[in-house]
Design a protein around this ligand. Sequence first.
Ligand SMILES: [Zn+2]
Length: 308
Amino acid sequence: MHLHVFAGNPLDRGDTYRRDQKWLDEQALNPRSRFLPLWQLNVLIQTEQETRLGWVSPADITRLNIDVPPVFLGLSDGVAHFAIDVSQLGDSRHELNLEESWRFEEGRAAATCLSSAETGILAQSRAQLDWHRRHQFCSVCGQRTVQGRGGHVRKCPACKAEHFPRTDPVAIMVVSDGERCLLGQSRGRLARTGAYSALAGFMDQGECIEEAVRREVKEEAGIEVGQVRYHSSQPWPFPSSLMIGCHARALTTDIHKDDGEMTDVRWFPRAEVLAALRGEHPHLRVPAPIAIAHHLIKAWAVGDVRWE
Ligand SMILES: [Zn+2]
């Protein structure tokens, strides 16, 4: 099993507990409970010996008078864990009375130094708090919604609609014609870094994974794809994607790229890709191990794709 960064969350999400508002209220004040503050979606970390998530106590949170409810993440050894959006604080470091070794860090940067389990908690916290920030109003009638089930639902008091946290599936695929693989550079961040990555795109409604892979590759590169094999998946909480990693076999080789979306799409020979993965290629750069793309590219390059 491939466990990527942002997967491997050890918390028990406690579905039966989270339906009990009285229990949630008690746990939010229980001195044993732990709170993970996020400020402007940056997560609190501490870097004393190793880097860890910066859990604080209920007392640290209650004295701040934050007027947004915490999100219940789950339980570990019977201890309730919450995430809370403290973005309304002006000087968050000062108001939380943090020591020098504690700071708010951007999610990707934090994930590169946290344990695998803690990156899973970070993913859940960031995606949930971001969803609540963006879904304050009912998409049916426009009234203000209220949080329920510790954050797993927002309810509309006016029209009674229930809104649930969303996850957006993205198909990401390494296409090969045998000894070469197809990598691209999309407009935006990748083009600025000069790196090449696996092609990817949001799945459409009414589409299965294999169909999404074939459509995206056809749209972005003009390549026809035959066989598609699922490899692994990765939560990507920026803001709420699920990356569904696949390998695919090309039926054609002539590239006709989508100029609107891609600055470049090319076939790269296996030896060049292996050199890039080792960081030894003179100019080809591929994504770092934090991203599923790295592992999809590597699995293909070392011949670790099972087609049957
Ligand atoms: Zn409504």
